[in-house]
Design a protein around this ligand. Structure first.
Ligand SMILES: [Zn+2]
Length: 247
C-alpha cells in the first residue's frame, strides 16, 4: 500500500495538470490543420506531375508528326518547282513537256492535301504546348503554396515545442516534490487510463470518471487516514481528497 502526506498527494494534481497540458500540446502538434492541407496539396502535385509527363509526351509526339508532315510537303513542293523549271526552260521533247504539264495537276492537289494535314498538326501542337505551359504554371503555383504551408506548419510546430519545453520544466519541478513510490503508481495508472492517473475527489464525485461515490465508498474513505492513497472503485484512478471532497 502506498501512503503519502496530503500535501504530497496535492502535488500529484499539479503533475497531472502539467501532463494533461503536455498531452494536449502533443495532440495539437499531431492534428495541425497544415498537416492535412499539405497532404492534399502533395497528392495534387503528384497527380499534376503525371499530367505533365503525359502532356509533354503528347507534345513531343506531335513535334515528330509535324516534322514528318513538313518533309512530305517539302517533297511535293520540290517536285512542283522542278517540273515548273523544266517547263520554263523548254528543253526536252514535246512529249516530255506534256507529261510534265500533266503531272502538275495531281501534284498540286497532293500538295494542298499535305499542307492541310500539316496545318492540322500545327494546330494540335500549339494546343498541346499551351496545355504544357498551363500545367507548368499550375505546378509552380502549387510549389509556392506548399512552401508557404510548410513554413506555417514549421512555425506552428516551433510554437508548440516552445510551450511544451516550458511545460516540461514545470512538470519536472512539480514531480520533484512527489515521493517516488507515489509518482511511480501515478504514472502506471496514468498510462493505463488514457493519460489521467490522478483526479480530485470533488463533492463525492471522482473527477476522473465523473461517477459519484456510493455509500460504501464514502464510509470507507471517511475512515481512511489522511496519508492513505485512495483509488476510485469505478476507474481505478488515484483519488486526491481536498476540502471540497464532501466526505
Ligand atoms: Zn473514477
Amino acid at each position: 500500500m502506498v501512503t503519502a502526506a496530503p500535501q504530497d498527494q496535492w502535488r500529484l494534481l499539479d503533475v497531472q495538470g502539467h501532463d494533461t497540458r503536455l498531452a494536449q500540446l502533443a495532440h495539437r502538434r499531431r492534428t495541425l490543420p497544415e498537416h492535412a492541407e499539405l497532404e492534399r496539396l502533395q497528392l495534387r502535385r503528384r497527380a499534376l506531375a503525371d499530367e505533365l509527363v503525359a502532356a509533354r509526351t503528347v507534345t513531343s509526339d506531335l513535334r515528330r508528326e509535324l516534322a514528318k508532315a513538313e518533309a512530305d510537303v517539302e517533297q511535293v513542293r520540290t517536285r512542283v518547282a522542278r517540273n515548273n523549271a523544266r517547263l520554263q526552260s523548254g528543253q526536252g521533247s514535246a512529249k516530255d513537256m506534256q507529261a510534265l504539264q500533266h503531272e502538275l495537276g495531281p501534284l498540286g492537289e497532293r500538295q494542298s492535301v499535305l499542307e492541310d494535314a500539316e496545318l492540322e498538326v500545327m494546330e494540335k501542337l500549339e494546343a498541346a504546348e499551351a496545355r504544357v505551359t498551363e500545367l507548368e504554371a499550375q505546378d509552380a503555383g502549387l510549389d509556392a503554396e506548399i512552401g508557404e504551408l510548410e513554413r506555417r506548419r514549421d512555425q506552428a510546430v516551433a510554437g508548440i515545442d516552445t510551450e511544451a519545453g516550458t511545460e516540461d520544466g514545470a512538470r519536472a519541478d512539480a514531480a520533484a516534490g512527489v515521493p517516488a513510490d507515489l509518482l511511480a503508481l501515478y504514472e502506471k495508472v496514468r498510462d493505463a487510463h488514457g493519460g489521467v492517473g490522478a483526479a480530485r475527489l470533488y463533492q463525492r464525485r471522482c473527477e476522473g470518471c465523473r461517477i459519484e461515490l456510493n455509500a460504501t465508498d464514502i464510509g470507507r474513505f471517511r475512515s481512511a487516514g489522511p496519508d492513505a492513497v485512495l483509488r476510485c472503485e469505478e476507474c481505478g484512478r488515484i483519488l486526491v481528497r481536498t476540502p471540497d471532497s464532501g466526505l
